[in-house]
Design a protein around this ligand. Structure first.
Ligand SMILES: Cc1cc2nc3c(=O)[nH]c(=O)nc-3n(C[C@H](O)[C@H](O)[C@H](O)COP(=O)(O)OP(=O)(O)OC[C@H]3O[C@@H](n4cnc5c(N)ncnc54)[C@H](O)[C@@H]3O)c2cc1C
Length: 461
């Protein structure tokens, strides 16, 4: 039995003691949750407004999804762009896509301003497709990208593929052809099921280390306006007309605004004294999915990369709800005091948490899931060696909102409450974009409507 052991948490090497809330206090803004969403929301709020901020974390900084992800910097949604267009219309969908891509620059800004040392690797990432429907979907997305001024994904199709003639004419300008051996080389595979290769800007970083470093910067830089407590679970959020109060460890935090950065709503109640009951259904609708990862260390023989594999069949999937894919990242990694190693991580299998079931980060890694990741790597990643032992296996909780889009903005039933939450599989860059958007809302800026705006049937948008 192997315990939940993430390389990102291991790299934290934290020395800062946990300081829980031990008194009543007040602040203009209270942020609940100290993952990357909470920490970057605090960064932008402190930098771009003159407000006082308190951040309260139930456990320790970055020990939630932020410390248990794949650490891939990716600016896509786990829903296709064409699907978003169908739901929101072209303008809002394209704007949403552009917003998430804007987080690349916001990330650079944070790193430069706070002088963070957390390594960020940027490179071209690849995705291998093996079926006609997958190719068609990506071409459809690509059409929207091309027609609306978004940066194009490169799409290469195998020149001998027997389905080439079935591709609709309207997509002809969106792809190029190449011998299959060239495209599977980009995918680092020998598996000839892959007949298409997409490429786009990607990257990777340890988002837990990033959050931990950033919190250190905030503590040092905003001594007069920022306070921060770990080991401090919020039990109740009570909302009034013009302010809120939070109950934490028997103390009260008075706040002008409350921002939930909790991934989903977790373990607390929200009481709205000034209007309709907050849509508690949302709480139940945020579906938990546990994502599983394995990682091994190898000599530093290859450059950093991120590759996703969309196999022909779903035989490896533990996720009954969606299309399965596996994702792999390779990046330099310090091991036994030396930095001449790579860490290769792979994930893909997910388990949907039954409604109402709890998730425990203490649970052991599932051997079945580990075996399925290993089996997938062996038959898809040509640099995987049989001798390699897995040094890490870990899992983390993802909260999926009903429409798969992060919630960023005011609670419609009471705007004293705001959200920057909903992991939805890809959450690092969206959290950062969300942090910036929240700071603009808190600054009373006119912020354009977006696909991220929270909706509530009882109170309208
Ligand atoms: C296996 C896996 C792989 C992933 N891979 C990627 C990837 O490659 N790329 C990507 O972009 N995203 C990925 N994600 C998603 C990404 O990790 C998250 O979207 C991102 O870390 C979200 O951060 P967060 O701050 O919203 O949530 P979290 O990091 O979960 O932080 C929420 C925090 O809120 C705290 N909290 C909850 N309730 C309370 C309370 N009552 N009081 C006080 N604090 C509370 C929690 O303790 C927690 O620390 C992955 C996720 C998983 C699980």
């Amino acid at each position: 039995m192997i315990p939940n052991h993430s390389p990102w948490i291991k790299q934290l090497k934290r020395t800062r003691p946990v300081v829980p809330l031990d008194k009543d206090m007040s602040s203009d803004v209270a942020i609940v949750g100290g993952g990357i969403a909470g920490v970057t929301t605090a960064f932008f709020t402190l930098r771009d407004t003159d407000k006082t901020v308190v951040l309260v974390e139930a456990n320790k900084i970055a020990h939630g999804a932020t410390g248990h992800n794949a650490g891939q910097l990716a600016s896509y949604f786990e829903r296709s762009l064409s699907d978003l267009v169908e739901e929101f219309g072209v303008e809002l969908a394209i704007d949403g896509q552009r917003s998430v891509e804007s987080a690349w620059i916001l990330l650079d800004e944070i790193i430069a301003e706070a002088k963070l040392q957390t390594p960020v690797y940027r490179f071209t990432g690849y995705a291998g497709l093996s079926r006609f429907d997958q190719v068609l979907l990506h071409l459809k997305n690509s059409r929207y990208r091309a027609d609306h001024g978004l940066i194009q994904e490169t799409i290469i199709l195998a020149d001998h593929w027997d389905k080439l003639a079935d591709i609709p004419k309207e997509f002809k300008d969106l792809y190029s052809l190449a011998p299959q051996k060239d495209l599977i080389q980009l995918l680092e595979t020998n598996n000839t099921d892959y007949i298409a290769c997409l490429s786009f800007q990607k990257g990777c970083m340890n988002s837990a280390l990033f959050s931990e470093e950033l919190i250190g910067y905030l503590i040092a830089t905003y001594k007069d306006r920022f306070s921060f407590y770990e080991g401090s679970p919020v039990a109740t959020v009570r909302l009034n007309d013009s302010n809120a109060s939070l109950e934490v460890l028997g103390h009260t935090i008075g706040a002008g605004r409350v921002v939930l950065c909790t991934n989903g709503f977790e373990n607390f109640s929200i009481i709205n004294e000034a209007g309709a009951e907050i849509e508690t259904k949302f709480h139940h609708l945020v579906a938990g999915r546990i994502g599983y990862m394995s990682g091994y260390v190898e000599p530093l023989n290859n450059p950093p990369v991120a590759i996703s594999y969309f196999p022909k069949t779903d035989q490896y999937s533990n996720d009954p709800t969606g299309e399965s894919y596996f994702y792999l990242t390779r990046r330099p990694h310090e091991h036994e005091g030396k930095d001449s190693y790579n860490l290769v991580c792979a994930g893909g299998p997910e388990k949907v948490l039954p409604n109402g079931a709890g998730y425990s980060s203490e649970d052991y890694c599932s051997e079945d899931v580990q075996a399925s990741i290993d089996e997938f790597l062996r038959s898809n990643y040509d640099k995987h060696t049989r001798e390699t032992e897995y040094s890490f296996c870990w899992h983390g909780l993802m909260g999926y909102t009903p429409n798969g889009i992060r919630r960023i903005g005011f609670e419609p039933c009471n705007p004293i409450l705001l959200y920057n939450l909903g992991c939805n599989g890809v959450g690092i860059l969206p959290s950062i974009f969300g942090g910036k958007r929240i700071s603009r809302l808190l600054n009373n800026e006119q912020v354009e409507q977006s696909i991220f705006d929270p909706h509530d049937q009882s109170c309208g948008a």
